[in-house]
Every structure is written in structure tokens, then in C-alpha cells.
Design a protein around this ligand. Sequence first.
Ligand SMILES: Nc1ncnc2c1ncn2[C@@H]1O[C@H](COP(=O)(O)OP(=O)(O)OP(=O)(O)O)[C@@H](O)[C@H]1O
Ligand SMILES: [Mg+2]
Length: 353
Amino acid sequence: MGDTIFHVLQHAVPDATALREFVTSLPWPVITLDATGKVIHVSQKIPGFADIGGTACTPSLAHLFPDFHAALRGEPRHHVAQTADLTRQVAGHAVHERLVLRPVSGGAYLIVIDQTTLRELEVTSTQTSRLAALGFMIAGVCHEISNPITSVQSMLQILQSQKQLGPVLLEKGLANIASSIKRLLQISSRLMNFSRVGEQHSAAFRLDTLVEDAIAILRQDPRAARIEICFEPGSDAMIFGSVGCMQEVFVNVFENALHAMEGVGRLDIRISRLAMNRVAAEIRDTGPGISHQAMHRIFEPFFTTKAAGHGSGLGLSISNEILHEHDGAITAENNPDGGACFRIELPLFAERS
Ligand SMILES: Nc1ncnc2c1ncn2[C@@H]1O[C@H](COP(=O)(O)OP(=O)(O)OP(=O)(O)O)[C@@H](O)[C@H]1O
Ligand SMILES: [Mg+2]
């Protein structure tokens, strides 16, 4: 049974050893579910688990998590952590728990956190979900950083073993080391931003202003010099959430478009109000669009088509997590007349309160 948990995750997380260590080191029980929602492994005993365990798990979890089945089916927009609160009767006492559902290839993890522990840790629901998301990225991170570290190590060994080091070999060796270190720094800075749980204050803000600020950041990039950026503010949509996180989302999407257009093209940003008190921002570019093979993988952590050292592959997966935390969503498609179109959907603030 111990191995089943890792077998299920093999496709999503390449480094099974790192994952095994991570799951067993968690202070909370972790339940592994297969793609049908059936419990296949429980890492620690949970008092009164029969209440939510076994095959009986599926209906109650589907009730607790509205996107439960979509998440298990592996639909990209549901590839984020979801949280739900549950009160169970255990030996005549009410036990309050927070459940974090983390979809992975071929199933999902369910982390059961006792609310008392949660209060001790003084973390909010968003932080719990974000920490869980980060935790499950760790195994992928271990795998991702091992390549550049090995590369630096081998290159150093080669350089150290040469008695007389020629300038060509030295230059090549240093360039190789520099590119590996660049990749390591990219991964660490992306994860660092995402993990700054304590520094993000939520507030109401104008979506137009946020987009304008993100455009101003983009314009500082020399690759944007010959890109036409079209945005007409005026939607007056108000959003509630973390301005810093949301800005990261827009900058990520803009930077991807910039990279795709290779210096020349047009970036169109349009904001429109939707039904159900929601708003959508559409970001279209005139690049080559997203290939059919890449389309279903772009929200996966570490998926990138950029050359080594040019992308961590974390931009869209982190954006997806951030939007989910804000009750939003991000989707991608290709424009019929060429280029990619990203659509960011968010709830409006005014109508929420
Ligand atoms: N506008 C776009 N046009 C074409 N392909 C895109 C576009 N945006 C994203 N993609 C594809 O999605 C992949 C994943 O994007 P993501 O932002 O997650 O990582 P990245 O851009 O490769 O790395 P990083 O964000 O760290 O620079 C990209 O490598 C690219 O293949
Ligand atoms: Mg990116």
C-alpha cells in the first residue's frame, strides 16, 4: 500500500523519494484518493475516520468540495488546492477539521488538519491552502533543481581537473555554470514570492489601475519597445484581494505574451463585466499561439517550452493558484486569427459585500 501512493503520483511528481519524505514528515494525516475518489491510502490514523473513509468518502467529499470530481478528473483549471471545513462527531465530541484537497495526476491528496492545531499555527484558510500547494510543489522542486546543481558540479570537476586551463574551456565552463545558477535563482525567486504568506494584505482595488500598473512594469522591459499595447480603462470593476499577488498574475501573463511575440506585435487587454457579479480580463497577443501538445500542460508546475535558463515553468501554475485563492480562474485558448488569448475571471467586490 505504501508504494501505491507514490505510484499514483508518479506522473505529476517525478521524484518519488522526495515526495515520500514530504508526506511522512507532515504533522497531519494525508489521505490518498484515486481518480474515482476512492481512498487508497491513509498516512496516519484519524480518529473516527470511518465517517469519511473508505468508499463512503466520495459522496461526502463531493458535497464538501463543489469541484471535487472535476479536480479528480485532472481538469487544468481545477489543478489547485481547495479547502473545506468539516465538523464530525468523534466519541461524543465535536471535532472541527479543515480539509485541503490537492489534485494530482490520477487522483488527489486530502490533508486533514485539526482546527486546534490550525489555531496554534495561527494561519488563515488561504495560507493553509497555499502552504499545502507549496508543499506538493517541493517534490517537483527537488527534481527541477537537481539538474542544474549536477551540471554545476560536473563542470567544476572538469575545470578543477585541468592542469592548464585554456581560455575557451574556461569561458564555456563559466557560461554553463552561470546558466545553471540563473535557472536555480529563477526557481527560488518564483517560489519565494509565492510563499510570502504573511506579507499579503487584502483590500479592495480597481482592476483598471492594477492592469495599468502591470502595463507600466511591462513597458520597462526592453523587449516591449516595439510592442503595441492597447488597453482602454473604464470598467470601474472593483476586486477584493491581494494587490501584489494579483499584479504578479497579470505581469506573468503579459511577460509570456511578450516572450511569444519576440519583440514585435500587439497586446490587447479588454475588461468586461459578466453575469453573476463577475468580471473578465482578456489578454490577446499576436504571437504564434499555444501548440496543441502544450495547451493541456501550460498550468502544470515546471512545464515550459522556453530554452534552458529562460523560464522556470512556474508562472502560470502560480497564477492559477493565486486566482483560485481569489475565487477566480484563468483559462487559455488560441485566437481564431492567430496568437494566444488568456482569460482571467474574478468576482466583483461591490456586489460581494
Ligand atoms: N502567450 C503565450 N503564447 C504562447 N505560449 C504561451 C503563452 N503563454 C504561455 N505559453 C506557454 O506556456 C508555458 C508555461 O508558461 P509559464 O508562465 O507557466 O512558464 P514560463 O513562462 O515557461 O516560465 P516563467 O514564467 O518562469 O518565465 C510557456 O513555456 C509557453 O509554452
Ligand atoms: Mg511565464
